[in-house]
Design a protein. Structure first.
Length: 877
């Protein structure tokens, strides 16, 4: 593991490699503690490169056994675990290099390279894990055709999988066997994968639009095949959707997915052999919530869509990560919108963006969608690269229009298939199909920070004037910002709720319901507007910006009822709620009683009961902003305890005013039919479960929640019942009974126990720290397993504002110590968890100081990994 902290990688230092590797032949002799890897590489010197140029291969923690050049042992090399430098190379343009290394999969707890999870050999190579398997040019612009041979004892590993198509298999001595795989599509090393073990399989097939029959397999633990049915269905729908919407067809004879229980991220798009965190594959109504089902659908789609956006066209270097990730997130968002409800999906996306990306962009870890420097690339698999990266593609589609956007995508696939590309290549295809200059738009990739638009509307004699000003706040290492191109979708709404027209607009570009903001300030005039309109701004969240608009509460109430854009309606009510919560927070800080307008409770009541609206929408609308949302919108000097009190007060106020109607609706929504994971049924459960949260505040609240828990016939309702009891009535006999009952029923189901850990770790208040400490000793917990660690410690630090940000700083110290322990095994995991500190400067001074001390203690730790050191140091900078 690297622990040197010096090296910084810079975008401007990119240089093509002197050598290429057109063919890679790998042989694996698998063994838990002594795996042999023989890499037979065809090396090609790039035209014009001097034959004296050394060949420098990447390694990480490698144990070199032997090197041959064109079949002869080669001694002119320097090998360290991190590097292999070869000199005195043949003058010929091509030669064969053979490298033998020895690995210990069982001791690999970092879950990068080749490791064993639950007895199954598997690999994770993105971004730089291949160098933990063999010395290689481990960079995404080196594309190679792979042929892989795997040998293992048949009893231990009857299943031997790699990328591409199966080409051979057979028996060997000593009850060992082998399989060979060939992948005809040249690929970078980060897309290499191998899986070997004893697994069950759910099989199916798919016939592509061109008539190719593809064998589909999802590999899971024996006995769990049935739990892969939903994932399989999502896979087939993804394959069809990509043909219909993007014209993209699958290109191998097989497509395999393997679920493993120890995995650092969600899933990985290895060519023809996706590897998944089992939590994003396994589901049935008894074990998975509706959120799990939706995540499975989205992630199966995401990894499948990478086959074209990522694999066929890959990244030139890791600075271009958003080229594949932002684009692929955009594609999976569109898929889910088509499969479910577009309006509801968009609201959920924006909530996630604001919860995860906005704080990143507004704190010390801010970076552009395409970063320009990094010390550890693993720390850039961020909400900015993924989610903001997707928003940038969405803006491009908004600016160009759907048809031109599709034409640009077609050109991208045609022009760059088989290449390793940059963001410039991507933008160029859209410039070429549209004839537009996208250089100002391109700033979205290069400049960090969330832009703000200040808008002052005024209306007089048929003319609406909008004074619009843009600003981008300074972010680390970017103090001066350039002006952006911001596509702001909008509508003007008349008093009857209908869209108002205008005869002409001057002072800026307006087209198809979108204002194109490009200047620092502008005065936009709409003439021929029949009456003073109510403004619906940033419809569909067309741009990832913050808005400061003078809008009267009655206009927001009006929008919350009448905006034809569902996102606009949600946004209006959410703004009202946020303003009420911030006012209440100020009251709490000032020692005054909280007061709320009756109109808010009435609006919540009428939205909840409005049968013309989808239940899923109603559920989202009446869900109050989270404590973290409120803190983000307060912005500075935050006291999380006061936020908690303010939020509880508003929940109580809305609950009290709507007690009877919420109860009637709650009962009416009770579903007695057979379970379906579809969006409509999930929406009804979501609404009913949000109502439960309100009802839990009434006198008979514990009874209602207990009965909800007892009568639940699926995991969604079970979790809602248990969560409501644990959070609204912590420590009550009913809460304790529910937790004990759940534990007893799910003790041998780790993924279900994760939910049990999470609920307890997020019970607000001081007590949570003791709970987390205790649960770390629970038999179902394991510090080596990322899912366990995330569900207990990740949800505590990122999802429990009052508990984690205890005023005495005890949780910070505990957490810093735990991270340093995790860091010794799995630096990626510790670094990811450490981002919980990223907003420390927006806390009130006492907590700020305690958080700073915890960060400093980590930075000082001897032997801290590059990953964790990088996050801690940037957080402090
Ligand atoms: N490319 C994977 C995904 O879709 C993420 C893999 C990241 N892995 C890592 N170790 N950082 O989206
Ligand atoms: Zn991805």
């Amino acid at each position: 593991m690297r622990t040197d902290t010096g090296q910084v990688f810079r975008l401007e230092d990119y240089r093509p490699s002197d050598y290429l590797i057109p063919r890679t032949h790998l042989t694996f002799r698998l063994d838990p503690i002594r795996t042999i890897v023989i890499a037979d590489l065809t090396i090609e010197r790039r035209a014009g490169v001097d034959p004296s140029a050394p060949l420098i291969l990447d390694g990480d923690d490698l144990n070199l056994k032997r090197i041959e050049l064109d079949g002869i042992e080669h001694t002119a090399h320097e090998a360290t675990p991190e590097r292999l430098v070869l000199k005195d190379l043949p003058e010929t343009a091509q030669f064969q290099l053979t490298i033998e290394t020895e690995l210990e999969p069982d001791r690999n707890k970092a879950l990068m390279g080749l490791y064993r999870s639950n007895g199954v050999y598997c690999t994770q190579c993105e971004p730089e894990g291949f160098r933990r398997i063999s010395y290689f040019l481990d960079r995404p612009d080196i594309l190679s055709v792979y042929h892989v041979r795997i040998e293992a004892p048949r009893a231990e590993a009857p299943l031997l999988l790699s990328n591409g198509n199966p080409v051979d298999s057979g028996e060997l001595d000593n009850s060992r066997h082998f399989a060979e795989w060939h992948d005809p599509h040249p690929k970078p090393s980060y897309l290499f994968a191998l899986v070997a073990g004893d697994l069950g399989c759910l099989r199916d097939s798919f016939t592509t639009m061109g008539g190719r029959k593809v064998d589909l397999g999802i590999y899971v633990e024996h006995g769990k095949e049935r739990l892969a049915a939903y994932a399989m269905d999502a896979l087939k729908r993804s394959m069809r959707w990509d043909e219909e919407v993007f014209g993209r067809e699958y290109d191998l004879d097989v497509f395999n997915i393997v679920a493993v229980s120890d995995f650092n991220m969600g899933a990985m798009e290895n060519k023809g052999l996706n590897i998944f965190n089992d939590k994003y594959v396994l589901a049935d109504e008894a074990t998975a919530t509706d959120t799990d089902f939706a995540n499975i659908e989205a992630i199966i789609a995401h990894e499948y869509f990478h086959n074209w956006t990522g694999n066929r066209i890959t990244c030139r270097d890791w600075f271009q990560l958003c080229l594949k990730e932002g684009l692929t997130v955009f594609r999976d968002h569109e898929f889910s919108a088509d499969q479910r409800s577009r309006g509801v999906k968009r609201i959920a996306e924006v909530r996630a963006l604001k919860a995860l990306q906005f704080p990143e962009d507004q704190g010390p870890l801010a970076h552009p969608v395409r970063p320009r420097r990094y010390r550890e690339i693993n720390n850039f698999y961020t909400a900015t690269v993924y989610e903001k990266g997707s928003e940038v593609v969405r803006m491009l589609a908004t600016i160009l229009g759907r048809e031109t956007f599709r034409a640009g995508m077609d050109l991208y696939f045609e022009r760059h298939d088989g290449e390793a590309c940059t963001i410039e290549d991507f933008l160029k295809v859209f410039e070429d199909v549209s004839g537009r200059d996208l250089s100002q738009f391109g700033l979205w990739y290069n400049q960090s920070g969330t832009p703000n638009l200040t808008i002052k509307p005024s209306y007089e004699a048929g003319t609406l004037t909008l004074e619009i000003e843009q600003s981008v706040p300074p972010t680390p290492s970017e103090s001066r910002k350039r002006l952006m191109h911001i596509p702001l979708a909008f509508g003007l709404i008349g008093s009857d709720g209908r869209e108002l027209q205008w005869s002409s607009a001057e002072g800026g570009t307006v087209d198809g319901g979108v204002i194109h903001v490009r200047k620092r300030s502008q005065k936009l005039r709409f003439h021929g507007v029949a009456e003073r309109p109510v403004l619906s701004l940033n419809r569909g969240f067309s741009a990832p910006v913050t808005l400061a608009v003078e809008q009267r509460p009655e206009d927001l109430i009006f929008l919350a009822r009448h905006d034809s854009d569902p996102f606009g309606r949600w946004q209006a009510f959410n703004t009202l709620l946020t303003e009420a919560l911030i006012a209440a927070y100020r009251c709490v800080l000032g020692g005054k009683a909280t007061v709320f307008e009756d109109s808010i409770a009435r609006l919540a009541g009428s939205i909840a009961a409005d049968d013309d609206l989808e239940p899923a929408y109603r559920a989202l609308a009446i869900t109050l902003p989270s404590e973290a949302d409120i803190a983000r919108d307060i912005g500075k000097d935050i006291d999380p305890d006061a936020v908690l009190v303010a939020r509880k007060a508003l929940v109580g106020f809305i609950a009290g005013a709507n007690r009877d109607s919420f109860h009637a609706l709650y009962q009416h929504l009770h579903d007695t039919g057979p379970f379906s994971p579809d969006a409509a049924a999930a929406g009804r459960r979501a609404l009913r479960n949000v109502l439960l949260g309100y009802l839990a505040r009434s006198n008979d609240g514990t009874d209602i929640a207990t009965s909800h828990f007892t009568h639940a016939t699926n995991m969604t309702d079970l979790i809602a019942g248990m969560g409501t009891l644990a959070h609204e009535h912590p420590g009550s006999p009913q809460a304790r009974a529910a937790l004990a009952d759940f534990e007893r029923r799910h003790a041998d189901m780790p993924l279900a126990m994760d939910k049990w850990f999470q609920i307890q770790a997020t019970v607000p208040g001081e007590h949570a720290l003791e709970t987390v400490r205790t649960l770390m000793r629970h038999p179902s917990f394991s510090i080596d397993n990322p899912n366990r660690v995330r569900s207990l410690m990740g949800s505590f630090s990122a999802g429990n504002q009052s508990g984690f940000h205890r005023a005495d700083g005890a949780a910070y110290l505990f957490f810093a110590e735990a991270l340093m322990d995790i860091d010794k095994r799995n630096p990626q995991l510790s670094a990811r968890l450490a981002t919980a500190f990223r907003s420390w400067r927006s806390l009130e001074p006492i907590r700020q100081e305690k958080a700073r001390q915890a960060l400093v203690s980590m930075v000082k730790m001897p032997g801290i990994s590059v990953d964790l050191g990088d996050i801690a140091e940037r957080s402090l900078a």
